[in-house]
Design a protein around this ligand. Sequence first.
Ligand code: FMN
Length: 301
Amino acid sequence: MLFLGKEIPTPLTLASGILGISFSSLQRVIRDGAGMVTTKSLSIEPRIGHEGPIMAEFNGGLINSVGLTNPGIQDGLAEVEKFHQNCHGVVIVSVFGGNAAEFVELTKAVNDSSADILELNLSCPNVEDEFKRPFALMPDKTTEIVAAVAAVSRIPILAKLSPNSNDITTMAKLAEAAGAHGLTMINTLGHGMVIDAIARRPVLRNNFGGISGPCIKPLAIKLIHDVYQVVKIPILGTGGISTGLDAIEMMMAGASAVAVGTAVYDQGLNVFKSIRAEMEAFMETHGYADYSDLIGILEEN
Ligand SMILES: Cc1cc2nc3c(=O)[nH]c(=O)nc-3n(C[C@H](O)[C@H](O)[C@H](O)COP(=O)(O)O)c2cc1C
């Protein structure tokens, strides 16, 4: 099947921020059955991120306040080059800037690399202390950043949206109008808070964090369903996928491809193999010849 003009054997994708940027981890995901991998969000300069604990499990998902830890765009792109030396998988490079000019600088660096698709992380909830509200909650900022990047990018652009927006369909339409070639949705939900009752403290050092995993799946599916009705560009769906059936449901709601995050922590790297096998078994049993036959075919009651 094709996603943003790239031939992929399966719509399964590694979500951003789950396995860092090391080329060997990313290649392993492709070997295990994914069609695309997304890097950790890269900023212009390296970022240490927040003090630990930065991640905790709870019944239903994961809460994190990593704080965009990354080695910076130059080192990140060096891994992408190593990746492509002996692997044909599609690499989505995720970038994060503090304003439109930084996004443009990051885009120019990505133009000089072998990255296949550029993802704009407009929606990280974990750096509000530094960068204030995520851009994906601000219509003007979303338009400004996507338009500035679209004017210089040589590769297709995905705008990553936030479930915390009051009106995600408006944000999706604005991103499309500004030149995004596709949308990634959803980023983590919240802030949420998980408490250790014995310690009488939040489990995260940062007190609050973004919520991911199975508990956000119904929300991700509803928002993808809503956005699918109002845009023409493809959606990379993410949020709580841990089985082949989850992935199929998300595609039926309107996703053209699906990214897996938290389930990698829960099930290990074999999750791509198992989700792919479950998807193929479902399609064979129910008579779907191609992944693209699943996209948006939901019938409402
Ligand atoms: C530990 C962790 C780190 C993340 N880091 C990033 C990131 O750097 N950039 C980004 O766009 N999304 C990041 N995300 C969000 C995921 O890419 C994904 O959108 C979200 O977790 C929902 O998918 P899931 O429920 O399958 O995890 C991160 C998520 C987790 C759990």
